[in-house]
Design a protein around this ligand. Structure first.
Ligand code: GCW
Length: 679
């Protein structure tokens, strides 16, 4: 339950002595709830890690830890950071300095939340057993908004939730479990999350009422807990609210009465929650209402809400997941991959300053492998956020191990060629390329009321890793994995290396026994779990692989296909366009090829499918074997829980292997060169 904040007892030794020496006293002089929360966290963490509580004091008598804002009047902080240039730290950054003369380790920041982040960092250093004798650190988050989206429903269910039920609601009531909410806020804040939307983007009837006086007091309670930890609360809003919960007959964004309704509504919300973050909106997407009903476009819709929130400093986060979800599978012209770009690129420059578009990382929907959405780089005059999915909807639903940080890193490191030869996605989303006022990353979370938050114990690494990565996209996936393991399991070398290896290999393993070469979607419709090669093939959702007896893949070239590859810039467009230069992991995303097409490895596509599926299933079994070798070196409850999931994964990987191999063997009639068993 404590996850990476379990603050396990450290072993005695030289580092332990170092920590004991420095942490005799904790000096705090400011009476601010966030700084007090930081102090409480430090005392809890140190007491648990060292078995000895630091003494809280305003005047130290010897070596100490001191925390405070630069302008907060603490003389020790003033002396340690005298003459320091602190403006570039920003409102959320912090400094940590070991000062031998003053006999202290000082955590300084411009704001209380900076102090809190600094304290969490110091605890992380100690928890991972790092030296603290000579610290000289300056850290600030790279991304402005570091957001979590919940898809929790008021009835307690969670759309695409794989870790139990909601801990916000049950049976259309607020649970108001303040302890759990506070612990959740601590977890999120410890990895730098500063914004959380607490209800599903599919806003149903009762959730539409969240912005009324009936429920605002409950929401305010959650916002109050979040506030202490530097987190702004957001709500998903129903675009049709003026009709649904107001007395209007239209939700037309250009209708003056509708505009006034939203302005009044914003006023009501801010009276109860003065620092309310704003609205997240899924409009004209998968049957949700939106401006299209009134012949208006997304800029009209988003700007109307922007205008209403503007006087209060709120923002509108408007999702770009807009596509035709009633496609006829016979229609080979419409390409869902094109949709976000086709809808939003023409609107670039028309959005208000406090409107932020939220774009899924890929053009389809969080598949195990997709190209990066071509909207990154294409929007020069519009605030926008990246949207990732921590919830493993298509990546094993927290029953399979799939550490997603390497995937997210690939996306962030992608070169768009948008402004010169090197224009990486991470520099677009952090706002530095176009100078966006609002920037950052959001992600659909993977938590629920399961005791361990994420169902699969190792899925906590994705939650932790998401926060750490978007705070600083320069961290490597391996560093992040290692940090998480050390904080969660302790610093035993063998354990760290083994679990790190499992995490680092897991995405590739999952990819290899599921959908080959970027084609995606070979899952059961509705719940999206498990193999079903044709599960989405004749569906209305625009999700096809077009396998026949000769070949497979979607031709998205400009020359002969849907033209999607033409949405990219620079070398990307030509690389994807041409079969010869298309990166092979995305081959079937961009091209339809015969099974006999020869890959760079010298193997045919069909043989590649057979090989990767056999290997993937073997590697899944190996994950289990590695885990079993760790028995006895960790808490047995955790060991058993993860073991059960890995057993399921190993077994289920065989199902994937056999279904996919059999399907393609029967379609193609081509034998496996290695003569393995295919059914
Ligand atoms: O991937 C799809 C999911 C839906 C989800 C939608 C979205 C919240 O299957 O469950 O709806 O994406 O992102 O809006």
């Amino acid at each position: 339950y404590e996850a990476w904040l379990n603050y396990g007892q450290l072993k005695s030794g030289s580092l332990y002595n170092q920590y004991i020496d420095w942490c005799v006293e904790l000096v705090v002089t400011e009476d601010n709830e966030t700084i007090q929360a930081a102090a409480a966290e430090f005392i809890q963490g140190m007491t648990s890690m060292l078995g000895k509580a630091p003494l809280l004091t305003a005047k130290p008598e010897g070596p100490c830890i001191v925390i405070g804002t630069f302008q907060g009047g603490n003389p020790l902080i003033s002396r340690v950071f005298a003459g320091e240039r602190t403006d570039s730290l920003g409102p959320e950054g912090f400094l940590i300095r070991t000062n031998a003369t003053e006999q202290c380790i000082a955590v300084g920041a411009s704001t209380p939340v900076g102090i809190l982040y600094g304290v969490f960092h110091l605890l992380r250093l100690i928890g991972t057993e790092s030296e603290i004798d000579a610290l000289n650190l300056s850290m600030s988050p790279v991304n402005g908004l570091r957001m979590i989206n919940h898809w929790d429903n008021f009835d307690g269910s969670i759309e695409r939730g794989y870790a139990g039920r909601s801990f916000f609601y049950e049976s259309n009531q607020f649970l108001n479990d303040t302890k759990r909410l506070r612990d959740y806020a601590r977890l999120m804040s410890s990895v730098g999350i500063n914004a959380i939307s607490i209800n599903n983007v599919n806003v149903h009837e009762l959730e539409s009422l969240f912005i009324t006086e009936q429920y605002l007091p409950d929401i305010a309670l959650i916002a109050g807990i979040f506030r202490v930890y530097g987190i702004k609360l957001f709500l998903s809003a129903n675009f049709a609210s003026p009709i649904q919960i107001g007395a209007l007959e239209t939700a037309d964004p250009l209708d003056p009465a509708v505009r006034q309704w939203w302005k009044d509504k914003a006023g009501e919300v801010y009276r109860v929650i003065p620092d309310f973050g704003g609205f997240v909106v899924k409009a004209d997407s998968e049957n949700r209402p939106g401006p299209f009903t009134y012949g208006r476009d997304h800029a009209d819709g988003a700007n109307m809400l922007g205008e209403a929130l503007e006087p209060f400093g709120g923002i509108v986060i408007w999702r770009c997941f807009v596509y035709n979800c009633k496609q006829d599978w016979r229609d080979r012209k419409t390409d869902r991959a094109r949709a976000a770009y086709d809808h939003f690129k023409p609107l670039d420059g028309r959005f208000n300053d406090n409107v932020v578009l939220q774009i899924k990382n890929g053009p389809m929907d969080f598949q195990v492998r997709e190209p990066v959405s071509p909207l990154f780089g294409a929007l020069e005059h519009t605030n926008h956020l990246m949207e990732f999915q921590i919830a493993q909807e298509y990546t094993g639903q927290q029953r399979h191990l799939c550490y997603l940080v390497p995937q997210w890193k690939e996306v962030l490191d992608f070169n768009t060629y948008a402004k010169g030869q090197t224009t990486l996605v991470k520099h677009i989303v952090d706002g530095s390329v176009w100078g966006n006022k609002y920037n950052g990353v959001a992600a659909v979370t993977n938590v629920g009321d399961d005791m361990n938050w994420t169902g699969h114990g190792l899925a906590q690494a994705n939650l932790y890793g998401y926060g750490r990565l978007i705070w600083n996209p320069e961290l490597t996936a391996k560093e992040i994995a290692e940090e998480w393991i050390r904080l969660t399991f302790g610093t035993d070398k063998g354990l760290v290396v083994a679990i790190r290896g499992m995490l680092m290999d897991s995405w590739r393993i999952y990819e290899s026994y599921t959908a080959p070469l970027g084609v995606g979607w070979m899952v059961n419709p509705d719940h999206h779990y498990g193999p079903n090669v044709d599960g989405c093939e004749y569906a209305k959702w625009g999700t096809y692989h077009y396998a026949d007896h000769k070949g497979i893949g979607v031709d998205r070239s400009v020359k002969s296909g849907t033209g999607y590859s033409g949405q990219y810039m620079g070398l990307n467009a030509s690389n994807y366009e041409n079969l010869a230069s298309c990166p092979e992991e995305l081959l079937l995303f961009f091209h339809h090829v015969p099974y006999t097409h020869v890959l760079q490895s010298g193997q045919t596509v069909i043989q590649h499918i057979y090989d990767t599926h056999f290997e993937g299933a073997e590697q899944a079994a190996q994950l289990l074997a590695t885990w079993e070798s760790l028995e006895g070196s960790m808490d047995s409850g955790l060991y058993v829980q993860v073991k059960q999931r890995l057993e399921e994964q190993a077994e289920h990987a065989q199902e994937w292997r056999d279904r996919i191999n059999t399907y393609f063997y029967r379609k193609s009639g081509i034998e496996d060169l290695k003569g393995r068993k295919i059914y």
